[in-house]
Structures are given as structure tokens and as C-alpha cells.
Design a protein around this ligand. Structure first.
Ligand code: GLP
Length: 266
């Protein structure tokens, strides 16, 4: 794992977008795993700008989102399908048929989850998976006690997660669905590369536990410590409790791999 500390949330998001762009230029038919949440909105705004300004071409890219609420239709403004269309897909040139999310309205949710895994495999697996971090330390909707080898499945959401995500539900956590379909921890670990973006002081404690604490099913993001190609991009506010800060900064400043990313630009 590598931790990259950027001065601000905007810089952190811009760096993540530049990593995506670099991978897409190398492999135009990139299979990209996507996440939702407020943190990601900045990344999607950057990608949309890169598409508009520099012709970043998404025509051959395929995307798989981490999760979707159970019981929300794609045209429901609170659904993650709606979020993705609004924040990213309508601003870039990806054919909608190449964008996938689990269907939270499926009659047979178990079958939908199995089919989702098959769709990912049929696409050749995920090349680059983007992640945010939930307040309980989840990735996707892998709530505490999610098995490290779990696959896409239905998961009950914790009260903390429903509280975190209440904004889209008139600020009322009781209106947030109790259940969601989510890629499993095992599904995420199968991605060839993982980039997690974490910003803001509110995530500082859980971030330190997730990346420097012991691996535990109570905090599904700790599973990323097992991944051989994982980057965690954070802003200064989220980084305050990291013990290894000095070392992480040194690595980013000196590793040849990061040379093209050190100049800040958006
Ligand atoms: C939801 C999503 C997660 C996301 C998290 C962070 O719980 N299921 O995938 O990482 O939100 O949200 P935010 O970026 O709004 O803090």
C-alpha cells in the first residue's frame, strides 16, 4: 500500500482523476470500478473536465459500480444509478450500455448478485477500482463483520451508515434503505489496482485505523492491506492521525513511479 498526502481535497481528487486518465490512456478499454458518495463527486467533476478539455476518451471503457440500494429504481434521484448518470456518465462519452451497477430492484436479488459477479468476470475483471471510505470503515457497503472473501451480495446497513447517507433522504436516516447490494471485500480485492480517496477531518480517525491498524472484519477497509497494488490518496485534514506520515511523504516525493503526478495540475 502507498499513501499519498495532498494539500487539499481538490488536489487529492485531481490526483485520483489523473491516475484514472493515465490508466485509460494506456488501456482505452479499461474496466473501471466506481464508487459513489460526496468524496467522489470532485473526481467525477475532474474526469468530466478532462473529457471536455483534453478529449479523455471513455468510448471503450466499461464501468462497474460498487453498490446500489435495494428498492430504489434507476430513475429515483436517491439511487446510485441516478447519481452516476448525473455526476459522470452524462458528461462523458461512455455508452450507457457499458456502465453497470447492481440492480436493487431485481426480483431475485441473490441471482442479480451472482450475475453481477459474472458480468465482471466476463469483462476480464476490474483493472482499477476506485473507493471511498465510510464512517464505519466500510468499502462499498461492506459493513462490519463482512467476510474478507465475500462476493457481491445483499447487506444490511448499520445505523451509522444510514446516518452518514441521510442527506439524499431529506436528512432523515429512517428513510435510508436498510439494505443494499454491494461488491464483496473479495470482489474488491480481485481488482488489479485499487485507489481509495479519503478527505476531510471527519474521516481522520477511521482512516488511521483502516490503513495502520490491525486487519479486522470489523473494518472492511483494513482488507486493503492485503492488496498488492493499492494506493490511498488523502488530504491533509484526513491524514492528521497517520503515524507514518513522514515516510509516506518521502516515498511520494522520491519514487520514480510518481514523477508525472508530482506536479500539481488539474
Ligand atoms: C457510501 C458508499 C461508499 C462510500 C461512502 C463514503 O457509504 N456506499 O462506497 O465510500 O458512502 O461517502 P462520502 O464520500 O459521502 O463520505
Amino acid at each position: 500500500m502507498e499513501v499519498i498526502i495532498q494539500p487539499s481535497a481538490d488536489d487529492a481528487a485531481a490526483l485520483v482523476a489523473r491516475i484514472v486518465a493515465a490508466r485509460m490512456r494506456l488501456k482505452p478499454d479499461l474496466v473501471l470500478g466506481l464508487a459513489t458518495g460526496r468524496t467522489m463527486e470532485r473526481v467525477y467533476a475532474c474526469l468530466a473536465r478532462m473529457h471536455a478539455d483534453h478529449s479523455l476518451d471513455f468510448a471503450r471503457c466499461r464501468t462497474f459500480n460498487l453498490d446500489e440500494y435495494v428498492g430504489l429504481a434507476p430513475d429515483d434521484p436517491r439511487s446510485y444509478r441516478y447519481y452516476m448518470n448525473a455526476k459522470l456518465f452524462t458528461h462523458i462519452n461512455i455508452p450507457r450500455a457499458q456502465t453497470f451497477l447492481p440492480d436493487g430492484m431485481a426480483r431475485d436479488l441473490g441471482a442479480e448478485c451472482r450475475a453481477y459477479e459474472q458480468r465482471i468476470s466476463a469483462a476480464g475483471g476490474i483493472d482499477l477500482q476506485l473507493l471511498g471510505l465510510g464512517v464505519v470503515g466500510h468499502i462499498g457497503f461492506n459493513e462490519p463483520l463482512s467476510a474478507m472473501q465475500s462476493r457481491t451480495r445483499e447487506k444490511a446497513l448499520t445505523p451509522q451508515t444510514r446516518e452518514q447517507n441521510k442527506e439524499m433522504f431529506n436528512g432523515d436516516p429512517e428513510r435510508v434503505p436498510h439494505r443494499a447490494l454491494t461488491m464483496g471485500v473479495g470482489t474488491i480485492l480481485d481488482a488489479r489496482e485499487v485507489v481509495m480517496l479519503v478527505t476531510g477531518a471527519a474521516k481522520a480517525r477511521i482512516l488511521a485505523q483502516a490503513i495502520e491498524g490491525p486487519i479486522t472484519a470489523m473494518i472492511s477497509a483494513t482488507a486493503l492491506q492485503l492488496h498488492p497494488n493499492c494506493k490511498v490518496v488523502v488530504d491533509e485534514a484526513a491524514a492528521v492521525h497517520l503515524k507514518g506520515q513522514e515516510y509516506y511523504r518521502w516515498v511520494f516525493e522520491h519514487e520514480p513511479e510518481w514523477e508525472e503526478f508530482r506536479r500539481s495540475e488539474t
